[in-house]
Design a protein around this ligand. Structure first.
Ligand code: UDP
Length: 470
């Protein structure tokens, strides 16, 4: 029998591409199936995207094809958000995906799209694939809100930001004003409408793979399975197969970071990074810098401009250094490192000296941290990161967060210093509990992916259902 073949389609942007690449790696290494990844790029000749694809191609058994981008300028308003542009672009890629599949010598059996690409699922039907699945590189609470959004859309009047009572989501923690996804902030915006549409399209798939695991979010996952409103809305099976994260590899560049980390004590360094797109105002950069200095803790701070992303501007990374307070680099010399390039995050988080992560709470960053037992200072900025921060602090207990949202108010240096000390300094009691919980979660994440673990079994169940393994 021919080796089974799965087709994965990745949306533009590193935050979407990386999770699909990692899923592809897992499918090919664990299930021994052939995986083709069609990578839709942002079309703005993003060097980091192309580099990531090249790097991934070099270390994976998956076949990766970069799909030529289509122009969507006539399909979106000039001021459309990144989320709108991605969803619209993915929908516009239908014929390119069809052509790509038709030109394949060996046809895939199933197609997996990430949630921005649900509009492409009909291409799977057109070319005669047996099944189409959605991959949610985020968590179960996020998935629940996504698929329940069309219901909220019909029953809630006015803007969600004006709600007095948190929104009830069956089987989950309610969503308060502070947890609304960015796409829910303005119901008249096209990105909200696209999000409702995605919420309707997800249940039209043959099932959903989600990057979480049973022991982390058992209650919400049970609500998808058991008879109830969430299960009725979802309609199809949900397979928790996480955590799927990059494993640390060999780093050639930037090894000065590791030379420095090697000299630091066990769990003594805070790693600061706001993902591929996170950026701070000048004022906030200054307060964060002072906060790090006041905390007296060691740090590695990735201070970059966001990657060029579907037309968003990108500037010279070295320029960001000028936004630091006068003398900061001299005063913190030996205590901290400021990195202005793309950092080898997984390798940094894997280093024994890392004791905390100040993170924007993008789900990949969260998982990369949790799988290393590193507790988090939550600094949510956009997308669904506010939900993630609440999940980490209030449900899982592996993080601390600021009193106000960093996206709404400048967080002062004293607060920064106190949060950093809580997570990294040895003596803090609350910090100790959080660190212990982070270690517990690390162990549970390993167990989920060991042979016979919950996610391992869930992936095999899915593969059997798709006839990818017998
Ligand atoms: N990342 C990295 N180096 C950086 C910044 C980010 O390797 O300097 C990686 C990080 O390890 C993660 C991804 O980029 O895998 C960011 O994804 P996440 O979901 O955390 O956030 P997003 O960038 O999508 O907001």
């Amino acid at each position: 029998m021919d080796q089974p073949h799965a087709l994965l389609v990745a949306s533009p942007g590193l935050g979407h591409l990386i999770p699909i690449l990692e899923l592809g790696n897992r499918l090919s290494s664990v299930l021994n199936i052939h995986v083709t990844i069609l990578a839709v790029t942002s079309g703005s000749s993003s060097p980091t995207e192309t580099e990531a694809i090249r790097a991934a191609a070099a270390r994976t058994a998956c076949e990766i094809t970069e799909l030529p981008s289509v122009d969507i300028d006539n399909l979106v308003e000039p001021d459309a958000t990144v989320a709108t542009k991605i969803v619209v672009k993915m929908r516009a890629m239908k014929s390119k995906v069809r052509d790509a599949v038709e030109s394949m010598k060996r046809k895939p059996t199933v197609m997996i799209v990430d949630f921005f690409g649900t509009g492409l699922m009909c291409a799977a039907d057109d070319v005669g694939l047996t099944a189409k699945y959605v991959y949610i590189p985020s968590h179960a609470w996020f998935l629940a809100v996504m698929v329940y959004l069309p219901v909220l859309d019909t029953v809630v009047e006015g803007e969600y930001v004006d709600i007095k009572e948190p929104l009830k989501i069956p089987g989950c923690k309610p969503v308060g004003r502070k947890e609304l996804m960015e796409t829910m902030l303005d119901r008249s915006d096209q990105q909200y409408k696209e999000c409702v549409r995605v919420g309707l399209e997800v249940p039209m798939s043959d099932g959903v793979l989600v990057n979480t695991w049973e022991e982390l979010q058992g209650n919400t996952l049970a609500a998808f399975r058991e008879d109830g409103e969430l299960n009725r809305v979802m309609k199809v099976l949900v397979y928790p197969i996480g955590p799927i994260v990059r494993t640390s590899g060999h780093v050639e560049k930037l090894n000065s970071i590791f030379e420095w980390l090697d000299k630091q004590g066990e769990r003594s360094v805070l790693y600061v990074c706001l993902g591929s797109g996170g950026t701070l105002t000048f004022e906030q950069t200054v307060e964060l810098a002072w906060g790090l200095e006041l905390s007296g803790q060691r740090f590695v701070w990735v201070l970059r401009r966001p990657a060029s992303y579907l037309g968003a501007s990108s500037s010279d990374d070295d320029q960001v250094i000028t936004s630091l307070p006068d003398g900061f680099l001299d005063r913190t010399c030996g205590v901290g490192l400021v990195v202005t390039q793309w950092a080898p995050q997984v390798e940094i988080l894997s280093h024994r000296s890392i004791g905390g992560f100040l993170s924007h709470c993008g789900w990949s960053s969260v998982l990369e941290s949790l799988t290393k037992g590193v507790p988090i200072v939550a600094w949510p900025l956009y997308a669904e990161q506010w939900m993630n921060a609440t999940l980490l602090t209030e449900e899982i207990g592996v993080a601390v967060r600021t009193l106000e949202l960093p996206s709404e108010k400048v967080i002062g240096r004293e607060e920064v210093a106190s949060l950093v000390r809580k997570i990294v300094a040895e003596e803090d009691e609350e910090g100790q509990e959080i660190r212990a919980k982070a270690e517990e979660v690390r162990v549970s994440s390993e167990r989920a992916w060991s042979q016979g673990g919950s996610s391992y079994n869930s992936l095999f169940e899915w593969a059997k259902r798709c006839y990818l393994v017998s």
